[in-house]
Design a protein around this ligand. Structure first.
Ligand SMILES: NC(=O)c1ccc[n+]([C@@H]2O[C@H](COP(=O)([O-])OP(=O)(O)OC[C@H]3O[C@@H](n4cnc5c(N)ncnc54)[C@H](OP(=O)(O)O)[C@@H]3O)[C@@H](O)[C@H]2O)c1
Length: 278
């Protein structure tokens, strides 16, 4: 199988490049191709003869999207459409990475794949609109929604927490947003399986279990054997440009239906800390 990864230099992309075995895999960064450029995208895709395209490229700065609305839609929605159109022309299958932020967080239980999208911010809106356009263009594509991604390949929440512990005896962390932390290595393995199984439609792919950002931070500090105190605070106390869903827990039933399971987020924190140390 030939695989082309847009966003191969990102947090998830690096894990995909590292974990994907047996197949012929090519990863592209924004320097190789800008997904906003339809012609460039088309040329890359046609020349690749890829069986699968994994679209992990995105403008992922959730707060930055609020002040750069045009860029968010140009990359996350229109760029995704460019890749989908090229995939359609070449006959390649497409797996698109989407986000828990397509939901408003008002549900009191885990989100299922068929729940109504109602994003709160520009980033979520750009992803939600991309999902709709892609499903119209390529009804057989696979949309893998994930959440709270972390890994050693770049900036992420655990890395920020660990760096802060070096200078601060007390860390205030939001305790009224709940979600599913997801280790890039585990997500990469799940994506590889989704492609091999020929998955289609919307799938939720996260580590098992859920927590608040506060609980996540407390576990990182505990497992790292560090001393700083982690204190729970409210979203209101930590004002940020983008509104975030209070509950963005994604149900694992769609993934389980395909016979794929992912480890618990606590287990993934332990493996992340080991990988980071090495
Ligand atoms: N991070 C999360 O918590 C999270 C949560 C839910 C869903 N997701 C989704 O998961 C996917 C992977 O996220 P990530 O955290 O791995 O992203 P990331 O680390 O921010 O990496 C983004 C990737 O996209 C590429 N890129 C950005 N703009 C581009 C453009 N105009 N043309 C071509 N490539 C471009 C970047 O290339 P350069 O390196 O050259 O800049 C990089 O490879 C994304 O679709 C994201 O929306 C992420």
């Amino acid at each position: 199988m030939r695989v082309m990864i847009f966003g191969g230099s990102g947090l998830l992309g690096q894990a995909l490049m590292h974990e994907w075995n047996e197949d012929e895999v090519v990863g592209l960064s924004s320097r190789d191709v800008d997904i906003r450029d339809k012609e460039q995208v088309n040329e890359k895709v046609q020349n690749s003869h890829a069986d699968w395209i994994v679209l992990a490229a995105a403008y992922t700065d959730v707060d930055g999207c609020e002040s750069n609305r045009e860029l968010a839609f140009a990359v996350n929605r229109d760029g995704a459409v460019n890749v989908a159109e090229a995939a359609q022309r070449s006959g390649a299958k497409l797996l698109f990475l989407s986000s828990d932020y397509v939901f408003d967080g008002k549900k009191t239980s885990a989100y299922e794949t068929g729940d109504t999208r109602n994003p709160l911010g520009v980033y979520g809106c750009s992803k939600a609109e991309a999902e709709v356009r892609l499903l119209e263009l390529l009804p057989d594509c696979c949309i893998a929604r994930t959440s709270w991604l972390f890994g050693t390949g770049g900036k992420c929440f655990p890395d920020t927490i660990l760096k802060l512990t070096a200078t601060r005896p007390v860390l205030d962390v939001v305790n009224d947003q709940r979600g599913c932390p997801t280790y890039s290595v585990d997500l990469a393995r799940a994506i590889m399986q989704l492609c091999r199984k020929g998955a289609r439609g919307i799938v939720h792919a996260t580590n098992a279990g859920s927590c608040t950002w506060f609980e996540f931070a407390r576990e990182i500090v505990r497992q790292a054997g560090l001393t700083p105190e982690v204190r729970p605070v409210s979203t209101q106390q930590m004002s940020r440009p983008a509104a975030r869903p209070a509950n963005s827990v994604l149900s694992s039933s769609s993934l389980q239906a395909l016979g794929i399971t992912m480890p618990s987020w606590r287990d993934s924190v332990a493996r992340y800390l080991r990988e980071r140390k090495n």
